[in-house]
Design a protein around this ligand. Structure first.
Ligand code: ATP
Ligand code: MG
Length: 379
């Protein structure tokens, strides 16, 4: 069964028990655009307890805002009770959400017209002209952009993110409101801003979105993003293909190893972005190939639009890991090395083997080790 068929099955079950249910949000937008959605979200008139009673496998994943995850044949679907949002006193989170409202009210709380459509029984429910805006390739808020960005400034980042992903334009009043209210982004949790920024950078029209961001002055409210830095990223021939490569581009041009810190990304992203940025300078010398994972090497080729030679390059090395070196810590101890010296000796031998200055042969490595220890004054 396809994802749509599973979703239809959930809708049918809810309808049979007297409730309303629709496919909503990004999945409807993608369907109208003729794209296959990543995941399908549903909205229903039933309350979370009623949804859980209907589906034996369901988990209350976001019960305070009405969300239950229904699992069918191991496929998860978020089913959320129609809800409206109260006032936003901090531009971040609604003060309260109300369940048990109409579909129309649920659509009214959504950010953009293209994201505020519902689908049921082969019909698109389009209350705010979302289909027309999709046709015109325009991003428009549901209602006044000043009000909607004032309620939740993350929507400003989301506008640029969709602009890049879909290669759309921003509606004029939306541009003005983004420019006027950009400063409110400083109140949003950095992790949420960073995720939208990452998605923007990975979209096909990221250059257009990034340029518009600078034109409207929004970059000033993002950490460590100067106009000059953006210009360098825009002129880079490389194209981001994933989050790590997007951050690596900024890191490389910023020439500041701490550039990424205020963005609060995971340690894995920070580490991989730093390795990739260093690779931009190295021209793929054997030591860099050796110390870089195959997946980061593969990202390197993809973002240059080159054929992916990561596997082949890794396989062409004399050794792939320290474990393959014909000499280890025990050998070093036996020859009289002690403490930190062992680490330096192994690193030296490893480098010589990777650079093919000596073969990976234990007899030869032992001789090399003795010479090294002699130079260090051990004998
Ligand atoms: P994607 O395909 O990238 O997941 P999406 O449209 O599904 O895109 P989500 O972030 O998953 O985006 O949000 C799902 C839906 O929830 C959106 O389509 C929109 O209707 C609504 N939504 C999400 N974030 C906001 C927000 N900050 N303000 C108002 N509505 C929002
Ligand atoms: Mg989604």
């Amino acid at each position: 069964m396809t994802e749509w068929e599973y979703a239809k099955q959930i809708i049918d079950t809810i309808n049979q028990s007297g409730g309303e249910a629709y496919i909503v949000g990004g999945a409807v937008r993608d369907y109208v655009l003729g794209n296959l959605p990543d995941d399908i979200d549903l909205a229903t008139s039933l309350f979370p307890e009623e949804v859980m009673a209907l589906f034996p496998k369901s988990v209350p994943t976001g019960i305070e805002h009405g969300t239950v995850t229904v699992i069918i044949d191991h496929h998860p679907f978020e089913v959320t009770t129609f809800r409206s949002e109260g006032t936003y006193s901090d531009a971040r989170r609604p003060d309260h959400v109300s369940l048990g409202v109409s579909l129309e009210e649920d659509m009214l709380r959504r950010d953009f017209t293209m994201n505020a459509m519902a689908f049921h029984d082969g019909q698109v429910v389009d209350l705010f002209g979302g289909q027309n805006d999709l046709e015109q390739k325009i991003i428009r808020t549901v209602g006044s952009p000043y009000e909607r960005f004032g309620e939740d400034a993350l929507r400003i980042m989301r506008a640029f993110r969709f602009m890049s992903q879909l290669d759309f334009s921003l509606e004029e009043e939306l541009r003005d409101a983004a420019s006027a209210l950009g400063q409110k982004l400083e109140q949003i949790a950095m992790e949420r801003v960073a995720i939208e920024f990452e998605k923007m950078m990975c979209g096909p029209a990221y250059r257009k979105a990034l340029s518009e961001m600078v034109e409207l002055g929004i970059h000033r409210f993002l950490p460590n993003v100067s106009t000059e830095l953006v210009n360098r990223v825009l002129h880079d021939v490389r194209t981001p293909v994933n989050a790590v490569s997007a951050w690596a581009l900024f890191l490389y041009h910023a020439k500041d190893e701490n550039w990424l810190l205020p963005w609060k990304r995971s340690n894995a992203i920070k580490r991989e972005a730093a390795i990739l940025a260093a690779l931009f300078e190295s021209e793929l010398d054997p030591m860099h190939i050796y110390s870089t994972s195959e997946s980061i090497l593969s990202t390197y080729f993809n973002m240059h639009g080159m054929e992916d030679r990561s596997r082949e390059l890794k396989q062409s090395l004399a050794i792939r890991t320290r474990k393959e070196l014909g000499f280890d810590g025990r050998d070093a101890l036996e020859l009289g090395a002690r403490g930190a010296m062992i680490k330096y000796l192994l690193a030296d031998l490893e480098k010589q083997v990777v650079l093919e200055q000596i073969p990976n042969d234990s007899t030869i490595l032992r001789e090399e080790a003795k010479k090294w220890l002699q130079r260090e004054g051990v004998y």
